[in-house]
Design a protein around this ligand. Structure first.
Ligand code: R5P
Length: 295
């Protein structure tokens, strides 16, 4: 272990220089992965834009039924035309989502804590690699708890999932968790978003924060930004616009879509920013315009 006393603060992020090892493949850092993995990554990150819109509805795996997700079978299917990837548990997918869809599947494979516990940081791998193959997973999502009690176990979960996924060319998405007692500083996010790809994660899901361009620059794989708690629609679209403008490869939004007064219109507005280069203002105008017609 390196002696970290007197460590210099990292600062040379070269934010204006494009990622050097791109080799023409549209997903950052993935030039040298095998064909099957490229195929799955292309199901997630659309080759035309290089970006992705993920719809997160995995909240039930630790929160039970969440406002807006009481009926997954009714809420999720109408949103599917506007997103690229469905992020959820195998139980939710199998029971509530029609198999006849062509969306990517971000399969939640870690579990083990619930909101009944104050400390949510203790998880295990809850899905076998064989079942991820059966589910046709485009990637497997593992929660990681940097700086929390469950840090070591969660990083072990990540490494084991990466190893299992490599056997079948299924990418792993490392999810940066934020907890009540955990930091939400750019220093924390810089640490977490670098540790995960160094351990083999092919995608990192994290939160938007200040110095985001530096975070993207120092992370050698695509970053997908979490939506977080429900915001007014204009603020959620601004969050999305800032994240994409500053280098995120996509959004993974849950509550800001399914808790919106007009979820389908909101999903389309997010899609405009992520894939079509719309500004937050243009996307919000679209939202207001279309939602006023559907009242
Ligand atoms: C993240 O840790 C989990 O995947 C969440 O369930 C998901 O990110 C929640 O999405 P949102 O915060 O946008 O509702």
């Amino acid at each position: 272990m390196a002696d970290v006393d007197g460590l210099k603060v990292a600062k040379n992020y070269h934010v204006n220089e494009p990622f050097a090892k791109n080799g023409g493949f549209h997903v950052k850092g993935m030039q040298d992965v095998d064909w099957g993995m490229k195929k799955r990554l292309s199901k997630i990150f659309q080759p035309e834009s290089g970006h992705t819109v993920m719809l997160a509805f995995d909240h039930g795996y630790f929160m039970g039924s969440t406002a807006g997700l009481e009926r997954l079978d009714l809420v999720i299917p109408p949103l599917m035309p506007y997103v690229d990837v469905l992020m959820g548990t195998r139980g939710a997918m199998r029971t509530c989502i029609p198999a006849e869809n062509n969306k990517g599947i971000a399969l939640r494979v870690s579990c083990g804590s619930s909101i009944v516990d104050e400390d949510l940081s203790h998880e295990v791998i809850g899905v076998s690699i064989e079942d991820a193959v059966r589910m046709d997973a485009s990637c497997m999502a593992v929660q990681t708890f940097i700086g929390a009690d469950g840090e070591k176990d969660s990083l072990e979960n990540l490494c084991k999932t990466v190893d299992a996924g490599l056997k079948y060319n299924i990418p792993t998405m490392g999810v940066v968790a934020v907890g009540k007692q955990m930091e939400r500083t750019s220093r924390f996010f810089k640490l977490a978003t670098r540790i995960l790809p160094e351990l083999g994660a092919h995608i990192v899901k994290t939160y938007y924060c200040e110095d985001f361009e530096e975070i993207v620059s120092a992370c050698p794989v695509p970053i997908v930004v979490a939506g977080g708690k429900k915001l007014p629609e204009n603020e959620a679209l601004t969050l999305c616009y800032k994240a994409i403008s500053e280098g995120a490869s996509g959004m993974d939004m849950g509550r800001n879509i399914f808790q919106s007064t007009h979820p389908e219109v909101m999903a389309q507005a997010v899609n405009m920013i992520v894939h079509k280069g719309a500004t937050d203002k243009e996307a919000y105008e679209f939202y207001l315009d279309v939602s006023s017609q559907s009242k």
